[in-house]
Design a protein around this ligand. Structure first.
Ligand code: ZN
Length: 243
């Protein structure tokens, strides 16, 4: 079973379409949250995703948009984008975001937006933040999003606490065997690792084979739509640099 693993789409429909076209056939999508916020096409992204077999989590931006997270925790630009999204969202799509869990276990994998300890808000940025999270889930592998960084942390079965970062290898399948993993597919719609191309992964849930991928999309198309909606200049510019 070949699964498409995506996260942090942030209403960037052009990036989502590029990922869907590049991925090839897949059986199901696991989406790790933040469907909306920042980008110009929240409704289109939600409707498109729901056409596939899908397990989808809610993220902190989704929560902010539906009023479950205080906007004071966001910077000015994120807050403005959330308010714009709140007004743009159809009632049906809002109800869909309200229905989503922040964490779940499926087919022997744990899925969480931020971390298994704090599914909505914690960022797993480094080995230190990953290490304490290995105690917070029971499966061998946990998939997370939220940081917008494609990162993997691996804990050898012989080590109690320590874990090691594994840099992403593009289009080179790796087997998530031996030991435990916390792994982030990166961001579809707002990469922050210095590479503007949309980031995602494929996972064979029977063989545990994971493959990181990047794909170019029309950044200009998304930027044009963001300008039309008066979204912040910095949010528009950062898509081109991937920061
Ligand atoms: Zn995000």
């Amino acid at each position: 079973m070949r699964y498409l693993i995506i996260s942090d789409i942030h209403a960037n429909y052009a990036a989502l379409e590029a990922v869907l076209a590049d991925a090839g056939p897949f059986d199901k999508i696991w989406c790790l949250g933040d469907l909306v916020g920042y980008g110009p096409q929240p409704n289109e992204c939600i409707v498109r995703l729901r056409k596939f077999p899908l397990t989808c989590l809610v993220g902190n931006h989704d929560w902010a948009v539906i009023g479950k997270l205080d906007l004071r925790y966001f910077n000015n630009e994120a807050r403005t984008a959330c308010v714009w999204t709140r007004n743009a969202l159809t009632p049906e799509n809002r109800a869909y975001l309200e229905s989503l869990p922040a964490m779940c276990v499926e087919s022997g994998y744990t899925l969480a937006h931020g971390s298994p300890s704090h599914p909505i808000e914690e960022y797993i940025l480094d080995a230190t933040s990953a290490e304490h999270n290995f105690a917070a889930f029971d499966t061998r592998v946990c998939l997370v999003g939220h940081t917008h960084w494609p990162t993997a942390f691996w804990q050898d079965a012989s080590h109690d606490h320590f874990c090691f970062p594994r840099p992403p290898l593009w289009r080179q399948p790796i087997t998530l065997d031996a030991g435990r993993w916390i792994i982030n597919p990166g961001s579809v719609g707002q990469p922050r690792d210095g590479n503007p191309r949309a980031c995602y992964a494929l996972l064979n849930i029977e063989t545990n084979v994971w493959e990181y991928r990047r794909v170019a999309y029309s950044v200009e198309e998304t930027q044009r739509r963001m300008r039309e909606h008066g979204l912040s200049r910095r949010l528009i510019d950062r898509l081109a640099s991937g920061h």
